[in-house]
Write a new protein. Structure first.
Length: 254
């Protein structure tokens, strides 16, 4: 068996993403938010994105969902080494995702603060929440942990720092889970879970840079987003100078 087959590279294209969201709708899952009341009899799905690498790709996914009539929750970091949500380009992406009708929350990084107990956790989630809300001019209700630790995995209360915890006992106990965390299905394949008639409540976790236009290995997908970003920034700078007639003549010759 090739790696392409074993790790199901073909699953992770944006075309297949569209097919999976459509399949969830076809199977009767109602797309709900973390603030919705739990209804035992309802067949529902909490479709979550932890935005880790490239919000531009998250926007493509948000457009696919909204074109099909599905709503997801997008969790953004504010201490991310890969993107800065306060960069005007990404703030615009954030606002576009929100304007498509999706929910937004905080993807909280406990490592940044070296958090070791619940009192620090409450304090720093509150701090990030306030900054996030004030700068991005939005009210948020929910957070998810970035890169969980044994300590954060033990934090099972419904709320911390004024935000709903998506890793609480409630969601763990009542919802099946399926995620693409490493760029492949570590446990169950999403398509199989969606087709499993016994699954009534489901939490799905996806990550932006795990999905590309073409079939690629997980590593190639990371490479792709890094180089697409570099090209965008290069063009932004150089075309900006060309448009203003300010590009150095010697560079023009080269
Ligand atoms: Zn994360």
């Amino acid at each position: 068996m090739t790696n392409r087959e074993k790790y199901r590279f073909d699953d992770f294209t944006l075309d297949n993403y569209r097919r999976l969201v459509a399949l969830a709708l076809e199977k009767g899952f109602e797309f709900i938010s973390y603030t919705d009341e739990f209804v035992q009899e309802r067949k529902d799905i909490l479709w979550r994105h932890d935005v880790e690498f490239e919000p531009d790709i998250a926007l493509k996914m948000a457009e696919i969902e909204s074109s099909l009539g599905a709503k997801a929750t997008y969790f953004f970091q504010i201490h991310c080494p890969y993107y800065n949500i306060f960069d005007p380009h990404y703030t615009e992406v954030f606002n576009k995702i929100k304007s498509l009708g999706h929910f937004v929350g905080l993807h909280f990084d406990s490592h940044y603060y070296g958090i070791e107990n619940e009192s620090q956790l409450n304090e720093y989630i509150q701090l990030d929440k306030e900054y996030f809300e004030r700068v991005l001019k939005v009210k948020i209700d929910t957070f998810s942990f970035h890169n969980t630790t044994p300590f954060t995995q033990s934090c099972l209360e419904p709320m911390y720092g004024g935000l709903i915890n998506v890793y609480s006992s409630h969601f763990k106990n009542n919802f099946n889970y399926c995620g693409d965390s490493l760029g492949y299905w570590r446990f169950d394949r999403l398509e199989d879970v969606l087709n499993n008639e016994s699954v009534q409540h489901l939490q799905v976790l996806t990550h932006d840079a795990n999905w590309t236009e073409e079939v690629m290995s997980p590593r190639a997908r990371v490479h792709q987003f890094v180089y697409d970003r570099a090209e965008r920034l290069y063009n932004q700078q150089v075309n900006g100078l060309i448009n203003k007639g300010l590009l150095c003549p010697r560079e023009k010759q080269n």
